[in-house]
Design a protein around this ligand. Structure first.
Ligand SMILES: Cc1cc2nc3c(=O)[nH]c(=O)nc-3n(C[C@H](O)[C@H](O)[C@H](O)COP(=O)(O)OP(=O)(O)OC[C@H]3O[C@@H](n4cnc5c(N)ncnc54)[C@H](O)[C@@H]3O)c2cc1C
Length: 380
């Protein structure tokens, strides 16, 4: 995947080749701009993610060239939510979503980006972004790159955030969250996403491609520390108190030797433009996984930028106006969802509150439907 650069000057440089960065790079390259996408990992690679994508992104991904309809992907239209005590709420999802592993999806998008002419540099880390008079100098692990514009699609937390001294790095979330992911073989319904709560956390399970299920959970560092850092011990003592999770953990075949894990997740708000760098995806705001829709937000934000940046490159609008437009559109599209996500996060994970919330929602399907709708967006 790694390309040798014939020039190190680009109209746009994108830091991070997850969904946000890949989708933006493809759209800009399609419009004829020179784009470099810099990703520190080597494609293809696994990521911690629940891997459920809301239907709002289906058409967009197909338009970018991902042949979703031909990939025989599980379509998910049922939601089960269990309280810590096992009390189960069942709800229909309409239109719901589909399952695809990040290994498969990001790899496919990286291939499309290369075909469209994006200079895709994987195994390359951006170490610093220095503003110059009319451009930026990016210092990477493999040399220097110059670009007229820089977009930050570097995900939840990166060395770039530290370098930029971003607010959320200076004021870390007092709830220090970790996330763990497995791929498993399981005897579960193909069209179901299950969300099982446990003390100080929740775990999602749904089917992806290749006959696998993605089992991914979020919890606090404190929960892990109580078990001396042993993930297996924590799962047995805390997660498996929920009978549905006990079934999942004891009856599934785990396909990795070790789970994938990430830490220091921070759900506080972030600025979507910082030091004239346009942020998108998790770099602009991380939604709580409970709302299951961060991937759609990342892709949608790439579409917003793919409309605004060409006007800036063509000098039809000033940098200030481009930044203002992006901030406005970003807030219109996503700030309510982020707030709802943070509120939901408080309702789940505390056993008594979660048990009561599920009991209430079981008897008010209309309210449940409204809550689900708040976490999903329109096609874009
Ligand atoms: C536990 C959990 C479960 C989730 N489940 C779901 C779900 O089921 N559905 C859903 O829609 N969303 C889910 N999300 C959210 C979703 O994973 C993210 O919103 C989505 O991945 C954001 O994409 P992104 O491109 O912004 O970031 P990422 O996909 O994280 O990509 C960022 C990339 O930047 C690279 N990078 C970072 N720093 C540098 C650097 N300095 N130089 C070069 N490269 C760099 C990283 O290697 C990475 O590949 C979940 C999140 C969590 C934490």
């Amino acid at each position: 995947m790694n390309q040798t650069l014939s020039s190190n000057n680009f109209q746009v440089a994108i830091i991070g080749g997850g969904l946000a960065g890949l989708c933006l790079s493809i759209q800009l390259a399609e419009q004829g701009y020179s784009v470099v996408l810099i990703e520190k990992e080597k494609y293809p690679f696994h990521k911690v993610c629940g891997e459920y994508i809301a239907m709002e992104s289906w058409n967009f991904l197909e338009q970018l060239g991902v042949p979703l309809s031909q990939m025989n992907l599980p379509r998910i239209n049922k939601l089960h939510v269990s309280a810590c005590n096992g009390n189960l709420l069942k709800h229909n999802l309409n239109p719901g979503g589909f399952g695809i592993s990040r290994f498969t999806l990001d790899h496919k998008l990286a291939q499309i980006a290369t075909q469209k002419g994006v200079a895709l540099l994987d195994e390359t880390k951006v170490n610093a972004v220095l503003p110059e008079y009319t451009s930026f100098l990016l210092k990477t692990s493999k040399g220097e790159i110059r670009a007229g514009l820089v977009c930050g699609a570097h995900g939840k937390r990166s060395n770039i955030d530290v370098k930029l001294k971003r607010k959320f790095i200076q004021n870390p979330d007092p709830n220090n969250y970790i996330a763990i992911k497995y791929h498993v073989k399981a005897d579960l319904s193909e069209n179901l996403i299950a969300l099982h709560n446990f003390e100080n956390g929740y775990c999602g399970i749904s089917k992806v491609d290749s006959g696998r299920f993605c089992l991914c959970y979020l919890t606090t560092v404190e929960n892990l520390q109580k078990h001396s850092g042993y993930i297996k011990h924590m799962e047995k003592a805390i997660l498996m108190k929920n009978p549905h999770l006990a079934d999942c953990f004891t009856q599934s075949e785990f396909l990795y030797e070790q789970p994938l894990a990430i830490s220091q997740l921070n759900f506080s708000s972030k600025a979507s433009v910082e030091n004239h760098i346009f942020m998108l995806g998790d770099a602009a705001g991380l939604i709580t996984p409970l709302c299951g829709n961060g991937m759609s937000m990342a892709m949608h934000a790439s579409k917003l930028l793919a409309c605004i940046l060409p006007e800036l490159i063509e000098s039809k609008i000033s940098l200030q106006l481009a930044e203002e437009r992006y901030l406005k559109l970003w807030n219109q599209q996503f700030s309510t969802r982020l707030k709802v996500g943070r509120t939901f996060q408080y309702l789940f994970g505390h056993p008594t509150v979660t048990n009561l919330t599920i009991a209430l929602l079981k008897h008010t399907p209309g309210l449940m439907g409204k809550l689900v709708n708040l976490t999903h967006g329109e096609n874009f």
